[in-house]
Ligand binder design. Structure first.
Ligand code: NI
Length: 190
């Protein structure tokens, strides 16, 4: 089932999520919904808080780690993540977010990061990301702490991103209203 991705400034996006304790079928069904949602929205990563769930859980497309080599491979399911290590060296690159659709900003992040987490079966694992991989991991972990990408940039860049986001949301809302209107008209004709 495709879930609704909450757009900024939904208050859920400022929530610090709680640890996952039950690694059961219900959790795995939720992960499957998250994967369907990320795929539907053509995203590289998705955090549970973005779909209104209070859980330290995120998924990442393997493309973030392996580029084209990762296409078709299973998504990386990251539960209760902890950053083990991150490089002092940073890199500035373009970043987007499904809660700010169509908005891209330049964000400075550590070049490399290593995290420890659990998978959907509850098994512990570690994964390292470099460049886009590190960026994706840290962006999604931020979501679990109520932090979003615009929190990482200066005032001017933040204002510009928010303005663009508001404009995009207005266009989306107008299109949805038009669509809803068409459905009502369609019903009357029957
Ligand atoms: Ni995001």
């Amino acid at each position: 089932m495709v879930l609704e991705v909450l757009p900024w400034p939904n208050p859920y996006l400022r929530k610090r999520a709680d640890e996952v304790e039950a690694f059961d079928d219900e959790l795995r069904a939720f992960v499957a919904d998250m994967e369907e949602t990320m795929h539907d929205r053509d995203g590289l990563g998705l955090a549970a808080t973005q779909v209104g769930r209070n859980m330290r859980l995120l998924i990442l497309d393997p493309y973030a780690f392996e580029g084209d080599e990762g296409r078709g491979k299973p998504n990386v399911v990251v539960i209760n993540p902890e950053v083990v290590w991150q490089s002092e060296e940073t890199i500035t690159g373009e970043e987007g977010c499904l809660s700010f659709p169509g908005v891209f900003i330049q964000v400075e992040r550590p070049h490399r990061v290593r995290i420890r987490a659990r998978d959907a079966q509850g098994e512990a694992f570690e994964i390292e990301g470099e460049g886009l991989g590190a960026r994706a991991i840290l962006h999604e972990i931020d979501h679990l702490n109520g932090v979003v990408m615009i929190d990482h940039v200066g005032h001017l860049s933040r204002q510009r991103a928010l303005k663009k986001h508001q404009k995009n949301q207005k266009v989306k809302l107008a299109a949805e209203r038009e669509e809803a209107g068409r459905k009502v008209v369609g019903r009357k004709r029957r």
